[in-house]
Design a protein around this ligand. Structure first.
Ligand code: DGL
Length: 272
């Protein structure tokens, strides 16, 4: 039976970085309705334990399913994808929302790297993501004889969330140096926030290193998923609406939301 076209796509991130992802999805697949949740009250997730990240992510996903009628939620946050997604898909979803879908960003990231034919991959991510080795695992599963070098960049998210972007250059140079020294042919940005520095990062790693960033491949991956899952696609509403929700007011989030989605974009304050 075909469901009515009245459900939305949810996009979840720990903070404002996922707005970059939302903007890319809305650009590539503009017809659908999207609801974004940024957990600005509790960002950063990147230095938290798997148990805490699981609990925070579960709350956000439940909110999107129950309160915002999402058929599908994309866990845009790499840290949440690394630490919480698998358990949510295996335990939470079948028990509580068997008719909904939950997608992460690590498999599409690894596929994008595989499609490039890379063999020496640098991964820049949060502390918790790096310690989980979840991105490395997905890459190694797909590419034979690949070398993966992970680097945690714990200062970048607080710099971005606070809007003090001028402080990032030294931190980026420090974090990228060991990856550049490994002669990597590809650098994966394993955090929603990092594409904000894409231009600077590209200039630092040079033209021989491909920078792989989720804002560039996720739209195509989602389109492909929806093609393979017509039941999901047919349940989605097509009103071109975007709703942005956050758990706390932060000036930087407001600035970015207005810059990327227009001055009139309302922000909704929510709690789980
Ligand atoms: N947005 C998260 C990610 O993609 C990290 C930010 C944070 O530390 O909360 O990994």
């Amino acid at each position: 039976m075909v469901e009515k076209r009245n459900q939305r796509i949810g996009v979840f991130d720990s903070g404002l970085g996922g707005l970059f992802t939302l903007r890319a999805l809305a650009r590539d697949l503009p017809m659908y309705d999207y609801v974004y949740v940024g957990d600005t009250k509790r960002v950063p997730y990147g230095n938290r334990s798997p148990k805490t990240v699981y609990e925070f992510t579960r709350q956000a996903v439940e909110y999107l399913f129950l309160q915002k009628k999402c058929k599908l939620v994309i866990v845009a946050c790499n840290t949440a994808s690394a630490l919480a997604l698998r358990r949510l898909q295996r335990e939470f979803l079948p028990n509580h929302f068997p008719d909904r879908r939950l997608l992460g960003v690590l498999v599409p990231l690894a596929e994008a790297i595989q499609e490039r034919g890379s063999r020496r991959v640098g991964v820049l991510a949060t502390q918790s993501t790096t310690e989980s080795h979840a991105i490395q695992r997905e890459i190694v599963k797909r590419i034979a004889r690949v070398a993966v070098f992970e680097r945690a960049a714990p200062l970048l998210v607080p710099i971005i969330e606070s809007g003090e972007l001028q402080l990032a250059r030294d931190a980026l140079a420090f974090y990228l140096k060991p990856l550049i020294q490994k002669n990597t042919d590809c650098l994966a940005l394993g955090c929603t926030h990092y594409p904000i520095f894409k231009r600077t990062i590209k200039s630092m790693v040079g033209p021989d290193v491909a920078v792989v960033s989720q804002d560039e491949f996720l739209g195509a991956k989602l389109a492909d998923y929806l093609k393979r899952h017509p039941d999901v696609e047919q349940s989605l509403s097509r009103g071109r609406r975007r709703i942005i929700c956050l758990t706390d007011k932060t000036p930087e989030f407001e600035k970015r939301a207005k810059e990327w989605f227009g001055k009139s974009m309302p922000l909704k304050f929510i709690s789980f």
